[in-house]
Design a protein around this ligand. Structure first.
Ligand code: NAD
Ligand code: UDX
Length: 447
């Protein structure tokens, strides 16, 4: 089978690489309008960092995995066309700051229509508003040619940093298709592709609308847990309770479960905020104001958590950061990725710059995210030298393993440490001399 994926980003690249590994008899071509990105996929320095991805790309590239900027040629030869282009929040006009900007997505429908010279199964991989498949179908059926197009929904649930393991052993693969013989035959064909490595009981079939909405719902419910625990963190800080203890007690209830209950600086990444805002927009579109407001609170709480973190720093450091060096450990929105899209660390860095702090950033994989007035260094030790405060913002394992006694010695005194991920041994750091401020726990101070 010839499989093509339009969009060689964080989803398209890893998804097709894993499929190519698992389905050696099929051919996978990933195309993009961004020729530089394609060049990077064809080089030794892939455009994204994902643990385990280099090995798979090296194994499959040139065998049954190809990266190309020739979109028309790839569409022509495809049996199945996955679409995994970006669907960012719209920043202009109707629905601005809530709706998804579907211009890139719609363009792919027009390209498929323009270049297809045989029947195609078109698969939505991008996260899209519910009923997008209807738009796609209308465009695909608007031409003079007689080819048959079937549009399926097959949302991607992988998370960055664990993309390879998520794709190799997914919790579930969701395939949405219409109730027509042609659509059901396409669903079975797509399920056949996954059956080469995903157990049958993990392949879930649904209607197209349910499948599209399930993706938004999953992200909204995951993000809601993070906002819920962060709201409790604020209450813990005010009342003297410890949010880690609360999370543990709550998460041991089998009905709730322990995951996604880590308090911190709020969720980031390219998906959660965008997808919830899209859900808010959809609720409003269907006249569901209360439901829209319910989900909107999840995003508002997340923004508040970032602000609260900066306010706590200012208050702890005697109400002024002006001229003080502040070292940021981490810029990526989570560990094991270089992705900084909507990273809370960026909002925090910007807040510190507004307070006239001298902001110095280290991250093992992420580089400049275009934040004005900050500088980047090669090691966390360099960042911390002569700093008034260290902020741990990304949960990279290497930050747990640092020599904090050395860091303390190199800093100005009193030395402040704000652990935005609750990763470190706070009592040990306090005993070293740090004033320690975890999230959702009492501060450990020396005065
Ligand atoms: P991305 O920005 O990394 O990649 C999208 C790519 O599509 C870009 O390289 C862009 O140049 C290309 N593109 C845009 N329009 C094109 C066109 N008409 N023809 C060819 N190429 C085109 O985005 P991403 O993070 O891979 O996300 C893609 C989609 O998957 C989004 O809808 C996102 O919500 C969803 N998603 C993302 C993740 C994630 O972890 N990043 C997880 C699940 C789902
Ligand atoms: C998310 C979804 O998990 C994934 O299923 C979907 O396909 C894409 O969106 P991703 O954004 O890559 O994945 O990472 P995720 O692990 O969900 O983390 C999102 C953010 O929440 C990160 O900033 C992370 O640090 C934060 N988070 C997560 C918390 O603050 N606390 C937690 O307990 C869990």
């Amino acid at each position: 089978m010839e499989v093509v994926c339009i969009g060689a980003g964080y989803v398209g690249g890893p998804t097709m690489a894993v499929m190519a590994k698992m389905c050696p008899k099929d051919r996978f071509t990933v195309v993009d309008v961004d020729a530089n990105r394609i060049d990077a996929w064809n080089s030794d320095r892939l455009p994204i960092y994902e643990p385990g991805l280099d090995e798979i790309v090296t194994m499959c590239r040139g065998r049954n995995l190809f990266f190309s900027a020739d979109v028309p040629a790839a569409i022509r030869k495809a049996d199945i066309v996955f679409v995994s282009v970006n669907t960012p929040t719209k920043l202009y006009g109707e629905g601005a700051f809530f709706a998804s900007d579907m211009k890139y997505y719609e363009q792919t429908a027009r390209d498929i229509l323009a270049y297809a010279d045989s029947d195609k199964i078109v698969v939505e991989k991008s996260t899209v508003p519910v009923r997008t498949a209807a738009t796609m179908s209308r465009i695909l059926c608007s031409g003079k040619q007689k080819h048959n197009f079937v549009v399926l929904s097959n949302p991607e649930f992988m998370a960055e940093g664990t993309a390879v393991q998520d794709l190799c052993a997914p919790d579930r693969v969701l395939i949405g298709g219409d109730d027509t013989p042609a659509a059901q035959s396409a669903v079975n064909r797509l399920a056949g592709l996954y059956s080469q490595w995903v157990p049958a009981n993990r392949v879930l079939k649904a209607s197209v609308w349910s499948s599209e909405l399930s993706k938004l719902a999953s992200n909204a419910m995951l993000a809601q847990r993070v906002s819920s625990v962060n709201s409790l963190a604020a209450l813990c800080e005010a009342s003297g309770a410890d949010v880690t203890e609360v999370s543990k007690a709550v998460g041991m209830d089998g009905r709730i479960g322990p995951r996604f209950l880590e308090a911190g600086i709020g969720f980031g990444g390219s998906c959660f905020t965008k997808d919830i805002l899209n859900l808010v927009y959809l609720c409003r579109h269907y006249g569901l104001e209360n439901e829209a407001e319910y989900w909107h609170q999840v995003v508002k709480m997340n923004a508040r958590q970032r602000e609260r973190f900066v306010s706590r720093i200012v208050a702890a450091m005697f109400n002024t950061l002006s001229g003080k060096r502040v070292a940021l450990f981490g810029l990526a929105f989570k560990s094991d990725t270089g992705d900084t899209r909507d990273s809370p660390a960026i909002t925090i860095a910007e807040g510190l710059v507004r307070e006239q702090a001298e902001v110095v950033i280290h991250d093992p994989k992420a580089s400049s995210a275009g934040i004005p007035g900050v500088s980047f260094v090669q090691t966390p030790y360099e960042a911390a030298a002569w700093a008034h405060a260290v902020l741990l913002l990304t949960n990279w394992k290497e930050y747990v393993e640092l020599d904090y006694a050395r860091i303390f010695d190199s800093m100005q005194k009193p030395a402040f440490l704000f652990d935005g991920r609750n990763l470190l041994d706070h009592h040990k750091l306090h005993a070293m001399g740090f004033n320690v401020y975890p999230v959702g726990k009492p501060a450990l101070e020396h005065f």
